[in-house]
Design a protein around this ligand. Structure first.
Ligand SMILES: [Zn+2]
Length: 222
């Protein structure tokens, strides 16, 4: 069964080109649903299962659909995503969005790592609608990732988009590949951060952000 999804159509112009580059997309062709489905059937056979037993009959198709969603960030149109939500504004205080849930897949085991992102920036004439920041996190999280790169990509994308005075991103994640595989549990929790511009140069600015996100923070628990 082939899914006839229309290819996304990028709106590349002089202005949007840096945004596309910063989004680090894959070519806008639909994922090969049939190939993922066939490969999943092979995995079922290879582990000794019977892919034709009732519970597994539709599994290859389900897995292909799941990947279509879990890896959709490679083909999200970043310009369409943020287009109507960037505003000229004189505001130049720190903007913080904390506790953004994220769900990603580690590129080493293709198992989930999930957690929370905290994002801050100091505007320099442009602000973005707050609801867009979780969607930007999603765009990068729904790929095969390592948490360090995910963190940096979100920060650099916001820098490209807004040319702010500074951007900071902190991510806390728990990694199923460590938790489920019996590696020491404390290794499964990870904090990563990227500080750009004023957050990198100015200790007080960085500290203000870190104090804010640690205040009343709920510990990650799974
Ligand atoms: Zn892993």
């Amino acid at each position: 069964m082939t899914k006839n999804k229309k290819s996304p159509h990028w709106q590349v112009t002089e202005t949007t080109r840096p945004i596309y580059r910063s989004a680090q997309l894959l070519p806008p062709v639909p994922m090969n649903h049939d190939a993922i489905s066939a490969a999943t059937r092979q995995i079922l056979l290879a582990v000794g299962e019977d892919p034709d037993r009732e519970g597994l009959q539709r599994t290859p198709d389900r897995v292909a659909r799941a990947y279509d969603e879990l890896l959709s960030g490679y083909r999200t149109d970043p310009v369409a995503l943020v287009n109507d939500a960037i505003f000229e504004e004189d505001y130049d205080e720190m903007v913080i969005v904390r506790d953004i849930e994220f769900y990603s897949l580690c590129e080493h085991h293709m198992l989930p790592f999930i957690g929370r992102a905290h994002v801050a920036y100091i505007p320099n004439g442009k602000v973005i609608g707050l609801s867009k920041i979780p969607r930007i996190v999603d765009m990068f999280a729904r790929r095969l990732q390592v948490q360090e790169r995910l963190t940096r990509q979100v920060a650099e994308f916001l820098e490209t988009l807004l040319q702010p005075q500074g951007v900071a991103v902190v991510m806390e994640g728990v990694h199923m590949c460590s938790m489920m595989r019996g590696v020491k549990k404390h290794d499964s929790r990870m904090t990563t951060s990227t500080m750009l511009g004023a957050f990198r140069k100015n200790l007080a600015t960085r500290q203000e952000f870190l104090d804010n996100i640690s205040r009343g923070a709920m510990p990650l628990s799974f």
